[in-house]
Every structure is written in structure tokens, then in C-alpha cells.
Ligand binder design. Sequence first.
Ligand code: URA
Length: 221
Amino acid sequence: MTYDGKVGTVKIHVAAHPLITHKVTILRDEKTPSSIFRELIGEIVTLLAYEATRDVKTVPVTVKTPVAMAQGAVMAKPDAVVIPILRAGLGMLEGMVRLMPSVQVGFLGMVRDEKTLQASTYANRLPQDLHGRECFILDPMLATGGTLIAAIHYLVDLGATDITAICILSSPEGIAAIEKEFQNSNTNLTLVTAALDEKLNEKGYIVPGLGDAGDRLYGVV
Ligand code: URA
């Protein structure tokens, strides 16, 4: 299933590209070892980041080439903020900063209770004022949407008005939950995802999904 459009106030972009599909397919395979899994996550995030940064603000500049003056544009200040959601979002950070080396990085530690599927924050290290900052949340799995909803509220409370979530896989239930939660919000919200899967199972896992992203990145702890 592919979808590209605006649901309520949330812009959804499913990055349908053969390279991304190829990499996601290997990622899903339970036989793919952690080392390859980590590499693929990085590569997919870099490709998704290319889509996710399509509308970042730039300012015009003029540079002198060896031949003539050239009109161009560079990224505007203040720098964007990238927020990986610990633990699994950390595996996406390198792929993002590879494309945008000047970003500031903030961290949000969130855990979901496997019984209630409710998300709670256990750690944070973020700029305390996000007014005027473009924010990119990194979380590989948009499942129930609970973690992403909590993270978005956290950033909005710090003044963010422009938030893009980059997720490797998303569920229809997760997207519906985000849409419902933020339907009357003034926040400019975008989701960029590599694939929209079929559904959630009774344990809150994405089907067909790829299993537990954190465990596959870092092992079961
Ligand atoms: N978190 C994961 O790591 N995997 C899922 O399928 C859902 C939530």
C-alpha cells in the first residue's frame, strides 16, 4: 500500500523508491544480522532524510566559482534539531547527520509499557526553546503512535511548530492516532516513512514489520 497526501493536519509521505524497498526488504528478513541491520537503517534514513528535508529553510547566497559568480542557497539559521527517540531511534542518528552535519542533536528517552502500550519519558536532553527550529524526530517504528504522540507534545510544549517524524515502518493505526490527536493543532506536522504496513497485532507489533527494532539493532536486553 502506498500513500502520499495530507491526512487532517498531518502530511504523510511514503517514500516509494526501489532502493528503499530493496533495503527495507532485507531489513525485515529475520535472518539479517544486527551488523547489516544497523548499516541498512543508516542507509534508509539517509534516503528518507533527503525527502524529509525537501522544505527546509534556506537563505540565498552568492559564491565565486573559479569561473564566475554563482547564485545559490545555504541552510538557514538557527540549525535544525534532530531528536532520536531512545533507544531504537539512536540507530537512525548517523544516517541523518550524514546528510545534515550542522544539526543540533537532542535526546528523548521514551519507553512503552508492553502491557498497556502507554509511552512514558525516562530521559531528556533538548534545547529548552524550540521556537523557530525545524525539528526532526527519529523513531524507526510508528506502531500505536503513543510514543510519537508523547514526543510531539513534548516538543510543542518547548515551542516547536514545525515537526517532521522519520519512521522506517508505520502502521495505519499509528497514523490514524497521530491524525486524531493533532487534527486541531497549529503545528506543521509531517511523517516521512519507508513503508506503510498492514496492521498491528495484539501485542502492538507492526505486521509484517521487522520485529523489535531496538532488539534487532542492539540485541535483547
Ligand atoms: N516497536 C518495535 O520495535 N516493533 C514493532 O513492531 C512495534 C513497536
